[in-house]
Design a protein around this ligand. Sequence first.
Ligand code: F6P
Length: 320
Amino acid sequence: MIKKIAVLTSGGDAPGMNAAIRSVVRSSMSYGIKVFGVRDGYLGLIHDDIFELGPDDVSGIIVQGGTILGSARVPGFKEAAVRELALENLKKHEIDALVVIGGDGSYRGALSLAKSGIAVATIPGTIDNDIPGTEQTIGFDTALNTAIEAIDKLRDTSTSHHRCSVVEVMGNHCGDIALYSGIATGAELVITPETGFDFKETIQHLRELDEVRKKKHAVVVISEKLTDVEDLAVHISAQTSFSGRSTVLGYVQRGGSPTAMDRILATQMGDSAVKSLVEGNKDHAVGWIDGKISSMPIEAAFEYKRSRKDDLFDLQKRLV
Ligand code: F6P
């Protein structure tokens, strides 16, 4: 029977992580389980920065962005000797199970711990929406709304000045923030890791919008890591009649109070992670599939094929 659960947040932070922490704490208490917070992700496990959390410690945090526990990327956690320190510290505090809120790197760390005998449950937390075993991650909806608000504003000024705004959004190797924000703002062009970036095609498309469609502006939403957007804007100015301007939204997408959707998703996922551990699962990943909460072994989550977005890419193109 589980008596003590620890919870940590790991990798890039995401709005809604606090709502998930609150849910894990309050849900565990409803089962009579004690909860411990771990500071700065796997670092806290290694350095024994582990402390008890009471119900009041999570009071009011459902509305807060970031994570009260702190987060870190810990590449060294791949090493067995480093993980051994973490296991010793968990044992020292007599912790039976661990909830990990984070991205796929954090999932791999959790799986390795599970293989060493500690029960784990993972919750997908990242703005990128790119975690195995779920169609939606905590933080994606808030980041998407932040991007939409910024792109709407950029469109206003682009129209006034016959400009082409190239807006770089985050997403790591996943184009979901670009695709969904592009559709929601009626962007003229969406470029993602899935579509690939083709310089000639991009310029040709913008020329058509300008010369044939007589558009007053163009908004290009592009995922990070595909090209230098400042350089692209310079080429747009030189090769079309639009004046090119680039904006990198950057870390603003990682902050802010979570949307209703992220708060509710995080609350349900936190509770499901605890339930999964109480039911005796040793290595489950909680997710959101077919409009409801799911739970499957972490290894199965890595095999799960997320749904393709071809229809959405097609929709975006047809409605320009
Ligand atoms: O994983 C979330 C994310 O914000 C990505 O979109 C981005 O590529 C990366 O993190 C940035 O990482 P860091 O916080 O380490 O600079």
